[in-house]
Design a binder for this molecule. Sequence first.
Ligand code: SF4
Length: 346
Amino acid sequence: MKKYKNQVEENEAHRIARNESERTAGTRSLAGVLEARDQVGRPTRGADVAEVERGSIADELGIAPGAKLIQINDRPLRDAIQLKMADASERISLTVIQPDGQPRIFDIEKDAFEPLGLNVDAELFDGVTRCTNKCPFCFVDQLPKRAKGPNARNLRRTLYVRDDDYRLSFLHGHYITLTNLKEEDYARIIEEKLSPLCVSVQATDPATRIIMLGKATVGDIMERLQYLIANGIQINAQIVLCPGINDGAQLDRSVSDLMTLWPGVESVAVVPVGLTKFMPSERGMKTVRPDEARHILQQLKPHQKRACKSSGVSFMLRTRCICWPAKRCHAPRFTTAIRNTPTESA
Ligand code: SF4
């Protein structure tokens, strides 16, 4: 018990916040702070503090619920990843606007991985980065149209958001396409080691990928993956299988290409496309029939064997699209074949 107390005392002495800086209104105006933009020019509104843990550093500094976190280390606060990084760091500078409207800048010295004790109201403070693709099989297009009126019964709004945000990929395993990343985004991913990321590859052949993503400027996915992997980022890849577009020889090519990137590409999930009755018929999308599904499983077997032989892992993750209600699905039951990999499509 005594030892525990001593440890606590030592930690207290070491971790206490150094000072509350005098640099408040003098060097930066409140308006200037609120107009802060991130490194790619997007405005940031900061994060509202929902809760402060009792006895935490934030509590000792007098940061109160209702305060707004504006910057960390003089960078506009965009997302919860920065807060996690701050928790892991030994020294940080935190710009806060207290509930009374007073801006404060705290220079904090603490133990690494000691949390600040701040719980915030969201994860992406500058909004979610939207998808710029037009996949013919997009799941959002397959949702019922939202009805209007006070008695309208709708699915929840967030289902209709087409996100393509690398931060959600890192935080929650959302699949991203790497078609909307700016240089600054790549730089941040690499600098902060935001790994692993889940990537919807769909096809490694550029022309086929253009059809799958409905966008002419999708770039060379192999080059982009190689760049990320060379910089220490691990990838879990996904192929949404659409009969007549990226199956057959295209599937063989995609899987073979991705296997050349192992272990940087840790796994590949092959997911048969899911279609609902709301899918616009003029797009001509087809589901994977049970006999086709059996054929695809046979087609993937040699790849899996090759992966097992050369690298000792199954590599391929064959799974069923979550859009298929389990009771109605007559396709052969695909099985998961590798651990620690996502099992749901975007
Ligand atoms: S990437 Fe996802 S959200 Fe974007 S269009 Fe394709 S399926 Fe829809």
